[in-house]
Ligand binder design. Structure first.
Ligand SMILES: *Cc1c(COP(=O)(O)O)cnc(C)c1O
Length: 458
């Protein structure tokens, strides 16, 4: 009899990887560098240091070092909530009546309710080490702001969070969690910054976007001594920190000799997909293995499937450096009825390059089908998933149903990034059957892409 795979594969504490993996070291085509919006020159570390933390800039620019030691204090913090379990979804498999074997890596077992703590604690550590007073950031749904507040409380740093206005209003309890950890939370766009006041006068009544909130947070960081701006996704350094997810997943699979066929992650800015898939991309890039890797995005904000691979602003206010990514245009704001998160117009430059080189595929899914999958998952596996994570659940279920049709017993592993306790307004819409799917028209996307900067794209 073969060994039965336990419901939860836990690594021991001393098996938590002690280094992060930098997939760029194995990429032949490196991701495009950040460039200046003024004249397109590649940003130097000296130019980045006034905005971001120095040690993080070194990580950002390092395309060659494959492994970075995780600092001891970060390791100690990781031990509070890691290793995270890799769970065999026996009950979901049974409900689907599929021969597929489904596993999920569960990153929601901490107060922030998501994987974002893996990077916020690293970023707060380097900010503290640099002797800074505090950091500024934006948050959309609130997970990143919460994760950063927790990390800043741990290292005794001030934390200023600009929260997308629609989320601030819809999720007052998120704000209270952040304030409990000591952060200041401001709805964005606000009149506390120049860029916020401009956005408010250009778009009165706007419900905000991540891009707006980034502009505000950057302005506050560069105009206050002892502050730097930190970002919870998109950047190379964030994918580096999030590689802990993929490294643990691989270790747990290897422990039982399990070889995945399909790996799935949802894609907002790309940090969980990038971190979860990095070690597997590494094997593919080195010619050691083949996997089908799928990034899942909302049909209402479809950067990979309908965006353009081009240099673009990361922020609506157009004050940040330009990144080359699949983008819908920095002026693209997803429909206000979109409740499912993953609202960012662009994507990590690392993933953009890997996607352009054909190392993985992307799928866009509509939010009502995402909530249908979320509900099925909650009822079978018990966990109430975040809407973002449920994009990955949707495609995991779709792939498992394909296996049912073909009779193939494939092994599917997906990243369950977090829990949905603060997303109950969205669940309410779904339960009340008032949820609608708004997919942007080709015209709307073309109009937004027409405003891409000339710099970098000539
Ligand atoms: C932020 C978030 C995401 C999306 O961000 P990525 O950077 O694309 O990973 C996904 N799931 C949860 C629960 C999140 O909080």
């Amino acid at each position: 009899m073969s060994t039965k795979i336990p419901y939860k594969i836990y690594l021991n504490e001393d098996e938590i990887p002690s280094q992060w993996y930098n997939v760029r070291a194995d990429m032949k085509n490196k991701p495009a560098p950040l460039i200046s919006p003024a004249d397109g020159h590649v940003l130097t570390i000296e130019e980045m240091n006034p905005i971001f933390c120095e040690e993080l800039n070194k990580q950002e620019l390092d395309n060659d070092t494959a492994y970075f030691d995780i600092p001891g204090e970060v390791m100690d913090f990781y031990k509070m909530y890691r290793p995270s379990p890799l769970v065999r979804a026996y009950f979901l498999e049974k409900a689907l009546d599929t021969p597929a074997k489904i596993y999920y890596k569960f990153e929601g077992n901490n107060t922030s309710g998501s994987h974002k703590l893996n990077s916020s604690i690293a970023q707060a550590y380097y900010a503290k080490k640099q002797g800074l007073k505090g950091v500024t950031t934006e948050t959309g749904a609130g997970q990143w702001g919460t994760a950063l507040s927790m990390a800043c409380a741990y290292f005794n740093l001030d934390c200023k969070v600009y929260m997308v206005k629609v989320s601030y209003e819809q999720k007052p309890f998120r704000r209270e969690v952040m304030r409990t950890y000591g952060a200041t939370v401001t709805p964005s766009p606000s009149n506390t910054t120049k860029v916020g006041r401009k956005i408010l006068s250009d778009h009165p009544g706007t419900s905000g976007s991540l891009g707006c909130a980034i502009s505000e947070a950057v302005e506050v960081a560069v105009s206050n001594p002892g502050y730097r701006y930190v970002l919870g996704s998109v950047l190379n350094q964030v994918l580096l920190h999030q590689s802990i997810i993929g490294l643990e997943t691989k270790k747990a699979l290897d422990k039982y000799g399990i070889k995945p066929d399909i790996l799935i992650g949802c894609a907002g800015g790309g940090s969980n997909l990038g971190g979860f898939a990095s070690p597997f991309f590494g094997e593919v890039l080195r010619g050691e293995a083949q996997y089908k890797i799928i990034g899942v995005e909302p049909a209402s904000c479809p950067s990979f499937t309908r965006g353009k691979y081009a240099y673009d602003f990361c922020d609506t206010g157009m004050i940040c450096p330009l990144a080359k990514m699949y983008t819908l245009g920095s002026q693209f704001i997803p429909s206000a009825n979109h409740a499912g998160g993953l609202r960012f117009h662009g994507i990590s430059p690392i993933l953009a390059q890997l996607y352009d080189d054909g190392y993985f595929e992307a799928r866009a899914v509509e939010q009502s089908s995402v909530f249908e999958a979320a509900t099925q998952f909650a009822r079978t596996e018990g966990i109430l998933p975040a809407p973002e994570s449920s994009h990955a659940i949707r495609v995991a279920i779709d792939e498992a149903l394909k296996c049912k049709a073909s009779g193939e017993a494939k092994t599917i592993v997906f990243n369950l990034t977090g829990t949905g306790y603060f997303d109950l307004m969205a669940y309410q819409q779904y339960n009340d059957k008032t949820m609608t799917d708004v997919v942007p028209s080709d015209e709307a996307i073309m109009e937004s892409l027409a405003k891409l900067p000339k710099i970098g794209n000539e």
